[in-house]
Design a protein around this ligand. Sequence first.
Ligand code: HEM
Length: 147
Amino acid sequence: MKLTISDGQIGVRPPVTKPHPGFLHEVGEERFKKLVYDHYESIKTSDIAFLFPIYDEEDFDDAKQHAFDFLIQICGGPRYFELSRGEPRMVGRHAPFRIDENGRKTWLALYAPLLEALVDEGITEEYIESFWNYLDVFSMWLVNTKS
Ligand code: HEM
């Protein structure tokens, strides 16, 4: 399976393809939630931890939940984000945080081992790659600060 991180450029927003619906279909909501929550847990000990509310359990739980709500929606699942937070406005919602290309790469790299693990659980590699490719490209949109 190929999970490579592309080089992004600040201000360049390549077209985004949503993950294949087969990904969520195979993974299921509960396992999908664990994936997103595990990613947030791994952020806590990374060098982008400072961007997140890691010292406030309630705020951190909210952050996890919002990410899950958004990503499950993007994968063709329930529209949790729309119901709880409204319009996606991802670029605007990330604007208060200094996200640079290195930070983006760290954020993405933390997803790689979690997605690799899904192969052993029998999830179709092509579907995993489609989720990864979505993250790889859309995360470029959110970089707002020079490294
Ligand atoms: C495809 C890539 C990404 C997606 C889909 C995504 C999605 C989200 C979502 C849905 C939220 C919650 C927004 C809200 O409800 O207000 C959020 C918050 C946030 N994201 Fe991302 N994100 C991505 C990439 C990144 C990257 C690369 C970074 C930094 C390196 C980052 C840092 C943050 C931070 C700091 C917050 C605010 C956390 C908080 O205090 O609540 N995100 N993201």
